[in-house]
Design a protein around this ligand. Structure first.
Ligand code: C5P
Length: 318
């Protein structure tokens, strides 16, 4: 976490406003590039439904090396745009990256900045990999850096929480236990080194729909979250992988055999464990041996377009 005091931050912010009001910024166009890392759910449990309709979660989350590349440009003016080159990703204020920029401006009081966000999407959308959340978190980090506002990790996470439940985790990523809506985070020791193979079938599940199918009192199997946390602390990869579980697997629409097919292909090629991430539809396997991971990746690639081979990543410093 960066150690700027609130007083320092207010001073910087006041200076920024002054600079802008006096028009000194007119000449300058600011530009920042960054990497937004995807996440996987090592475990996903749903404890209860809250009064506001959201669910109280218990998840072990992990960031991975699959990432979107983001460029943010700000210049004096008005308006916000997002360019991904993908027709099905909104390019306006519905995009979570745009929401992040707007939340940043609202929080810091910075006004009159035309903002253009370019995203090279490598993380498949609607996959349970937190692609949109990672983009939003990355934009918040980049804008904080660009404007020198020195927001604390806590401030960035709170801003992130206002735009999506997985955004707070994506602010730093790494390995964490996520509770509440997903915003109550406890940093964990880094996950033992391993290889991750990811595969997304050519369909997606609706997140609100899958949540609506969950009856918290009737969940038949739950992950051993405490056991996973303990195994992570001990550096026991096998202990982590064999306990992985996602309660959404119990309510998946019938007839989507690909989820099981992918899982068995991952396990048949030596995965220590394989589960659905988030609300899917991507499935991942954890490997201790690079050769097994390679084989799984090559096998799945013959049947599915969206396959990835990567490693887990540590937390980004704030
Ligand atoms: O917060 P976010 O926009 O990512 O959530 C998408 C949807 O997922 C929500 O509209 C809600 O239906 C569901 N959700 C939930 N409980 C959570 C997180 C998400 O019910 N903790």
């Amino acid at each position: 976490m960066r150690g700027n005091s609130n007083a320092e931050y207010r001073m910087q912010n006041a200076e920024l406003r002054k600079i802008h009001e006096e028009g000194v910024c007119e000449e300058s166009k600011m530009r920042e590039t960054g990497e937004a890392f995807a996440k996987i759910n090592i475990s996903l449990d749903i404890v209860s439904k809250m009064d506001d309709g959201y669910h109280n979660m218990l998840m072990v989350m992990q960031s991975i090396g699959l990432s979107d590349e983001i460029t943010v440009e700000c210049a004096p003016g008005e308006g916000i745009s997002v360019e991904t080159g993908l027709p099905y990703v909104p390019g306006d204020e519905r995009n979570i990256a745009a929401k992040a920029a707007l939340a940043f401006f609202a929080h810091t009081g910075i006004k009159g900045m035309k903002t253009s966000i370019g995203i090279r999407k490598n993380i498949p959308v609607c996959a349970g990999l937190g692609g949109g959340s990672a983009d939003g978190a990355c934009v918040l980090r980049m804008m904080d850096k660009m404007f020198g506002t020195g927001l604390t990790r806590n401030e960035l996470e709170t801003l992130g929480n206002s735009i999506g439940s997985d955004v707070p985790f994506c602010i730093t990523g790494g390995t964490a236990l996520a509770e509440g809506r997903g915003d109550a985070l406890t940093d964990l020791k880094q996950m033992p080194a391993c290889h991750i193979v990811l595969c997304k079938p050519p369909f997606s599940f609706s997140t609100p729909e899958l949540f609506s199918l969950i009856n918290c009192e009737k969940i038949r199997a739950r992950p051993d979250t405490a056991g996973i946390v303990d195994a992570i602390e001990k550096g026991d990869l096998n202990g982590v992988a064999r306990r992985m579980y996602n309660v959404f697997e119990d309510v998946l629409p019938r007839g989507k055999r690909d989820i099981e097919d992918i899982k068995y292909a991952l396990l048949d090629n030596g995965a220590l464990g394989a589960i659905l991430t988030g609300t899917g539809s991507a499935v991942f396997g954890v490997y201790d041996k690079a050769a097994d991971a390679e084989n799984a990746y090559e096998t799945l690639r013959t049947s599915y377009e969206d396959c990835f081979l990567c490693e887990t990543t540590g937390a980004v410093g704030i």
